[in-house]
Design a protein around this ligand. Structure first.
Ligand SMILES: Nc1ncnc2c1ncn2[C@@H]1O[C@H](COP(=O)(O)OP(=O)(O)OP(=O)(O)O)[C@@H](O)[C@H]1O
Length: 328
């Protein structure tokens, strides 16, 4: 596969009167051709900064970036015509129809006017294209935004939070649209924090926390690598669960007690659980891997899982991965 987008060692520091903030701290990302790639991270982790830097809107402090094999921002003019992007929600004039809006944009951008009906068809707005934009739902406005970015037939489409504010129906429609675009050979990079949907829309993902990549790869490989380390442990009825949990905790296991079982969150070697408990004459009745979804992986890797009795502050997001586990 060929990389449509490559970022390595990207650094961006913002300076203000309140001090220096590292928004990107050596960030890396690779997006292969024809993929729908999810760019995920908690609030303030650096997603928008990355996208704005890629598009030449912000100057990085360090790092390398290439789009379609061309180094950017130096050679951005060579590839700009092949990149469609919506990084900030575009404002449309409510009294214009979608057709008029797109025709004006096509004219201003030197795009063949024949593209207008083609993109309206593609985003599913054909039948409503002669109605005024102010009568559109949020989902329809998002589609119009995507249509505007598709006018110049980009090879790479970059969308910042395209599902933001959409209801489940709107998100489903957006998902179908993304799939249609990728089937037509386009590469799509979309940032989002709506993880359940990303799992269904995307082929691959990059997860960012505190300006660094914490994991990346196909959705299935990310799930397989990070999600298999949690196991559910059930003991014989009547056996002291809390006592067993204490034995494992003393050995470094991350144990969460439930009513009739407990889970061990960092059990990369589950046999260790059986062994440690058996040494104390505690016998395991059931030990099963817990299948996690992308949301679990995201929460674990970005350190954004809720903390009992505390409101996590935005700058407390973990900067390091939690790869590897207890019991290895
Ligand atoms: N112009 C700026 N000046 C100072 N700090 C900034 C500026 N823009 C962003 N930041 C800071 O840089 C960090 C990364 O912000 P960024 O907007 O890239 O995150 P994000 O992942 O897109 O977040 P969100 O999901 O909330 O949009 C944050 O701590 C943010 O406050």
């Amino acid at each position: 596969m060929t990389a449509v987008l490559e970022i390595s060692g990207l650094r961006k520091t913002y300076r203000s009167r309140k001090g220096v903030r590292k928004a990107l701290d050596g960030f890396d990302m690779v997006v292969e051709a024809g993929q729908v790639h999810g760019f995920l991270g908690p609030n303030g982790s650096g997603k928008t900064t990355t996208l704005r830097t890629l598009l030449g809107l912000i100057k990085p402090n360090d790092g390398r970036m290439a789009i379609l094999g061309r180094e950017v921002p130096r050679l951005l003019p060579e590839v700009a015509g092949q990149v469609g992007a919506i990084v900030e929600s575009p404002q449309f004039f409510g009294n214009f129809t979608a057709e008029t809006t797109l025709s004006l944009l096509a004219d201003a951008g030197g795009v063949n006017p024949h593209r207008v009906p083609a993109v309206l068809e593609l985003v599913g707005l054909r039948d409503r294209s002669k109605e005024r934009v102010k009568t559109y739902s949020l989902g329809m406005k998002q589609r119009l935004a995507v249509a505007s970015a598709l006018l110049k037939e980009p090879k790479l489409l970059i969308l910042d939070e395209p599902a933001n504010g959409l209801d489940p129906g709107g998100i489903r429609e957006m998902r179908t649209l993304m799939r249609t675009l990728s089937e037509s050979g386009m590469t799509v990079l979309l940032s989002s924090h709506i993880l359940g949907e990303i799992q269904l829309i995307c082929d691959s993902v990059t997860i960012i926390a505190a300006g660094r990549r914490v994991t990346s790869g196909s959705v299935s490989s990310v799930l397989a690598t990070h999600a298999s380390a949690t196991v559910k442990v059930r003991l014989e009825p009547g056996v002291d669960l809390a006592g067993a949990a204490a034995v494992l905790r003393a050995a470094g296991a991350a144990v969460t007690l439930e009513k009739d079982h407990f889970t061990v969150g960092n059990a990369s070697n589950p046999a260790q659980i059986t062994k440690l408990l058996a040494e104390k004459q505690i016998y395991v009745a059931e030990l099963t891997p817990v299948s996690a979804d992308l949301e679990d992986v995201f929460l674990e890797l970005t350190g954004t899982a809720p903390v009992d009795g505390a409101n996590r502050q935005v700058d407390q997001v973990a900067a390091t991965t939690t790869q590897g586990g207890w019991g290895q």
